[in-house]
Design a protein around this ligand. Structure first.
Ligand code: ADP
Ligand code: MG
Ligand code: MG
Length: 312
């Protein structure tokens, strides 16, 4: 595989993660002062990109998004570097790097994002000669669904390039609210999707807000069959093909006491999946790697991967 063949794009956020209870979900302002938060690199697509790079040879994955000119951005760059991820951030000076408050209640998490700089990403950045050369050089694309609220124009530029060159283009549904409130943006990108990721809640939200089956809806690049991959936490992962085939992949359960938090489980899954898929492995092999990396990640605080380099 050549260098930087996997290109990812999304909202780079720093997660402010605390352990709390239901009542804390009502009062976010106390979060930083009273609950000893840990700051961890976040941003769904960036987590997936770090995950993919974690299992790939050096210099395989590049990630684009917008950050501020501040200490939070420094932390994000350090986390990316630790996992070997190349980041090509757009930087704005007038707003801080985005953050995401993640409240862990038991094994579950609730998220509230403050996009700040991430929201400033603009299509003019991806169109610069330097940035666009990363796109042209890549053979695989992955974009986080949350980026639909920021720059659909940028997503479409990349998606069109992918379709024209017959390069696989993957998107994550990322959150139920996107299927509801960003339906038009999502619908404009879906025809370009070769691979669509999501979890059970997102799949359900999609189905309630659209009257067609995702794996069958129209597609720009007719040379590739669309694949829809739905994870369901501890329940089996489904893979649906446009010909109607649906395959089911059971999860190897983890002892409840070994689960630290499930923040970023879906992103770790995508990272593991992509790490194999971009190396030409089968869907079965890619799903197995996705489950493997997700299992590692939920045994650590936040959307992180083991410090020691494990070989998969
Ligand atoms: P999301 O974070 O998008 O909600 P899921 O919750 O579906 O994603 O989790 C993605 C993957 O993480 C699952 O397919 C599974 O491999 C792993 N996973 C998540 N929760 C658990 C769990 N409780 N036990 C074992 N594996 C889990
Ligand atoms: Mg889940
Ligand atoms: Mg997810």
């Amino acid at each position: 595989m050549g260098e930087y063949k996997l290109f990812c794009m999304g909202n780079p956020l720093l997660d402010i993660q605390v352990n709390g209870d239901e009542s804390l979900l009502q009062k976010f302002e106390e979060l930083v002062t009273d609950y000893n938060p840990v700051y961890v690199a976040g941003g769904a697509a960036q987590n997936a990109a770090r995950g993919a790079q974690y299992l790939l040879p050096p210099r395989s994955t590049v990630y684009v998004g917008c950050v501020g000119n501040d200490q939070f951005a420094v932390k994000l760059r350090q986390a990316a570097e630790k996992d070997g991820l190349k980041v090509e951030y757009m930087v704005v000076n007038d707003v801080p790097t985005g953050t995401c408050a993640a409240i862990i209640t038991g094994h579950n998490r609730s998220l509230v994002a403050n996009l700040s700089a991430a929201e400033k990403y603009h299509v003019s950045d991806i169109k610069t000669r330097e940035k666009w050369s990363w796109v042209e050089n890549a053979d695989y694309f992955y974009i986080g669904g949350f980026f639909l609220t920021v720059s659909v124009e940028s997503i479409l530029e990349v998606a069109k390039h992918a379709a024209e060159r017959n390069k696989p283009f993957a998107l994550n549904l990322s959150a139920a609210f996107l299927c509801q409130f960003f339906k038009d943006q999502l619908d404009s990108v879906l025809p370009y999707c070769d691979i669509l990721f999501g979890n059970e809640t997102e799949a359900e939200a999609y189905a309630t807000n659209h009257n067609w089956d995702i794996s069958k809806l129209p597609k720009v690049n007719s040379k590739r069959e669309r694949i829809v991959i739905i994870t369901q936490g501890e329940n089996p992962t489904f893979v649906a093909y446009s010909n109607g085939t649906v395959n089911e992949y059971p999860i190897t359960l983890i002892d409840k006491k070994d689960i630290v938090d499930t923040n970023g489980a879906g992103d770790a899954f995508v990272g593991g999946f992509l790490s194999q898929y971009v190396q030409g492995k089968t869907i079965d092999e890619s799903i197995a790697a996705g489950h493997w990396l997700a299992r590692k990640s939920i045994q650590l605080v936040g959307p992180a991967y083991p410090a020691e380099k494990l070989t998969y």
